[in-house]
Design a protein. Structure first.
Length: 228
């Protein structure tokens, strides 16, 4: 498994000293290299210095991730954002998804924010320190990439996803919710988990499969085709 996926953690305590210009430039360069799950969905990412909201975290910098309103936009943002979340961890920086935060500037549109900066707490954890549901609760079938998906971060650690691995495919589902906020988080979360699968794949191809079965209480999102 990808070493960073195995040891990354959400950082909630930061050295509030702003990062130097060179480091911020490397972050911006990484943003420009991100690969979307759905290339036809327009999105934007900005670096800002202040956010507000429930469970907000004090950090020197934040990313604001926004998208056009389109089917799959939340999943796309999760897939995109997790790429840079892992980039931060690999670069020795801390980061944390902030599902309930928003920019202090009301003119900046936002789907979700992410804090980042130098960590003021241990940056990594051991595999055994992850607090996650067992694979048997979030998946059926066997595929070595499912463990990477299981370790993905999620809003309030709810892990509102399900994976059905069979016939060299992984069918991906998000949990249904009547609450708009929870539904948004579920979309972002499954996008994050799908990126963990992508990071573990030799070749990654994501599509809709008409043969994917329905799962009670879940919404079918799409299917990862054979890892070859």
């Amino acid at each position: 498994m990808n070493e960073i996926i195995r040891k990354r953690k959400s950082i909630r305590k930061y050295d509030l000293t702003p990062l130097d210009d060179s480091t911020l430039k490397s972050v911006q360069e990484q943003i420009e290299k991100l690969i979307p799950l759905y290339p036809d969905i327009k999105y934007s990412i900005e670096i800002i210095e202040k956010t507000k909201g429930l469970f907000n975290i004090k950090a020197p910098h934040y990313l604001v991730l926004n998208s056009e309103d389109k089917e799959g936009s939340y999943e796309n943002i999760g897939f995109i954002g997790q790429q840079i979340d892992l980039f931060f961890s690999e670069s020795g920086l801390g980061s944390c998804w902030l599902g309930a935060s928003k920019p202090d500037n009301a003119e900046i549109k936002c789907i979700v924010c992410m804090s980042f900066g130098k960590s003021a707490e241990p940056l990594y954890r051991t595999h055994s320190e992850f607090k996650r549901k067992p694979l048997s609760k979030v998946s059926e079938g066997t595929d070595e990439r499912l463990e990477a998906a299981r370790l993905a971060p999620s809003g309030m650690n709810m892990q509102n996803w399900f994976f059905d691995a069979k016939d060299e495919k992984i069918h991906c589902y998000k949990k249904k919710s009547l609450l708009g906020f929870i539904d948004k988080l579920a979309g972002i979360d499954i996008g994050i988990a799908i990126y963990h699968i992508a990071a573990e794949s030799k070749d990654f191809y994501f599509t809709k499969d008409s043969k994917a079965s329905e799962k009670k209480g879940y919404i079918y999102v799409g299917t990862v085709i054979a890892n070859s």
